[in-house]
Design a protein around this ligand. Sequence first.
Ligand SMILES: [Fe+2]
Ligand SMILES: [Fe+2]
Length: 142
Amino acid sequence: MEENEKSLLWNSSFSVGVQEIDEQHKKLVEILNELVYLVGKELKDEKQNIDVTVKKIIEYKTIHFATEEKYFKQFDFDGAEEHIQKHREFSQKTGELLADFGSTGEKIHLVELLDFMEIWFVDHMLNMDSKYKECFKQHGLK
Ligand SMILES: [Fe+2]
Ligand SMILES: [Fe+2]
């Protein structure tokens, strides 16, 4: 996949020290970059691919959130409530932006959706996911 100025690049500051979760984050970066690539193309030519990719992101984030939340419960993680709330906000906001794109079919809404997801995702990994690092480590995850 070609890179462009909107492509997300993985770097070690994103790591939460748990292989399973780092791999899920990398996979999400990869699918987001697929969308970056498609958004750079002619919308009418890529409509179907865009729909497939957006669906992949939504499905995969659901799996990913469920993984983190499973461990929160298992380890009785202190910050669970706040963190789960952030996941819910993401799902709600992306749902709204997706509905805007679905009803208008306008690229601007797709760009808005992509920008939101990219900014949210990086910020969330660095500022929220990093908070469970210590807890997960103490419970032997790696
Ligand atoms: Fe995460
Ligand atoms: Fe998270």
